[in-house]
Write a protein that binds this ligand. Structure first.
Ligand code: RIB
Ligand code: CA
Length: 309
């Protein structure tokens, strides 16, 4: 029985890899995808969700929701990483006339429908989750697990020396969700920064003959060409690991830790481990991944679908 998934995303290129992976896997049923601002402004993130679903020719679309802009959104988001449209500036039409639903009704409906079977995967700023947690007390706690890509626990940040991008965009939201005693599994930069795809993976995706493969191969070109010095030709698939934790848990090692998030000042968004008695709500923190096995499984899943064209 496929496991129900609700994906909360700021729909950049690595979000698209994560979403395509979840949509391509027979083990998962993506029942909802909700936009949050971050990599791109909120409405562009919502447009990118439907661009991806149409581009992959997904037959039974998940519910699509529109959430919020993060409290400390960086002007320009992460256009320097993902391109101005968030999808590597590829030609990919926006289906006309699509109207996403409000994120609150979508979260409420899926949690009430699936309860502890539901897997929430949050791969953008945690703004939507924190708003749900405040406005609908007890609702998020009814989900089975909440897998979050975010934070930098023992490694430097990627948007400031201290903070990872998702946490930096809304530090208060990250602090609230990580300190709420929710069933959180955190997949931090410490692990995701080890997993990059390169030209050989792009060629594999293109050769697969699948819509997901062809689309992603096109999408990752811009980020690989415009990557920061020394990283050209490689692209970090941060968000795909959050889906990987659901699909292949044996490829990851984790520890139970308290995580404290700095909410203001020059270190805003920094996530520190709280060891021992000081820890209030402990979460499961992924601390390592079998990189080659993850990449092999990810590519195998994305390239599995065959269309008779
Ligand atoms: O720091 C990496 C995270 O920030 C990823 O989710 C990426 O998509 C951006 O949102
Ligand atoms: Ca993201």
């Amino acid at each position: 029985m496929p496991r129900p998934v609700l994906l909360d995303t700021d729909m950049g290129v690595d979000d698209a890899v994560a979403a395509a992976l979840a949509l391509s896997s027979p083990k998962l049923s993506v029942n909802g995808i909700v936009a949050v601002g971050g990599n791109v402004p909120l409405d562009q993130a919502a447009r990118n969700i439907v661009r991806l679903l149409a581009g992959m020719a997904v037959e039974n679309w998940p519910a699509v929701g529109r959430g919020l802009e993060p409290a400390a959104a960086s002007p320009g988001g992460a256009a320097h990483v993902h391109g101005a449209d968030g999808f590597g500036e590829i030609m990919l039409p926006v289906p006309a006339g699509f109207v996403p639903e409000d994120y609150r009704t979508l979260y409420t409906r899926l949690i009430e429908q699936h309860g502890a079977s539901l897997n929430i995967v949050a791969v953008g700023p945690l703004t939507n989750l924190a708003a749900i947690h405040r406005e609908c007390p007890g609702l998020l706690a009814r989900a089975g697990q909440i897998v979050i890509m975010g934070g930098a626990v023992w490694c430097p940040g990627n948007i400031t020396p201290h903070a990872e991008f998702n946490f930096h965009q809304d530090p208060a939201a990250a602090a609230e969700i990580l300190g709420a005693g929710l069933p959180v599994t955190l997949v931090p930069l410490d692990v995701t920064s080890q997993v990059a795809i390169d030209e050989s993976h792009a060629a594999h995706l293109l050769r697969s003959g699948t819509r997901a493969g062809e689309l992603l191969a096109r999408m990752i070109r811009w980020p690989m060409e415009h990557a920061a010095d020394g990283r050209q030709g490689r692209f970090l698939v941060h968000d795909a690991l959050a889906v990987g934790v659901l699909l292949w848990p044996d490829l990851f090692l984790s520890a139970r830790l308290g995580i404290a998030v700095v909410v203001r000042g020059p270190q805003a968004g920094r996530s520190r481990p709280v060891i021992g008695k000081g820890a209030t709500g402990k979460v499961t923190v992924v601390i390592s991944v079998n990189v080659p096995a993850f990449l092999e499984n990810m590519l195998g899943t994305l390239c599995r679908e065959r269309f008779v064209v």
